[in-house]
Design a protein around this ligand. Sequence first.
Ligand code: SF4
Length: 156
Amino acid sequence: MSAITDLQLARMLLRQWKPAPGTYTAPAAVVTWDGAQASFELTGAAPDPAAVVLYPGLGRPLAQAIGAPPQRPTGPTISALVANYAAATAPLQSAAGSVALEARFLSRLNAGCRKCPHWKEADLAGRGRCDSVFCHCTQRLLWLADEVCPEHKWAA
Ligand code: SF4
């Protein structure tokens, strides 16, 4: 059983992070991951707010969360991030180390995605969508520290 963060749990539920099958323990839940599906039991601890932003189902009762389809992430819009990065990422800062430096976010956005034919900045209500066939989750979280480009146009 491996320890993970609530943010990693949220990314697993969104299928943005696909670790080896096994059982993982996050502060908010114990998760069984078979490589494609996750089932989990909440521990009763309050989930990391940043993880709830990514996967709102973590904030709901277990019965509603298990088996529910992945929900659209509700993170900050690109325009909000560009206008005031500190304010836009403030609700996400509780997951220590999860938020990339502003310079890295801007580099990813301006030197990477905005020059890429796969980038649809207005999609997902202004959160931006990557339509690369290698992007299984469509939304790239440019503000997330360990995010990667599926086409290797920028690194974490
Ligand atoms: S392929 Fe990479 S650079 Fe292009 S939109 Fe997707 S994440 Fe951005």
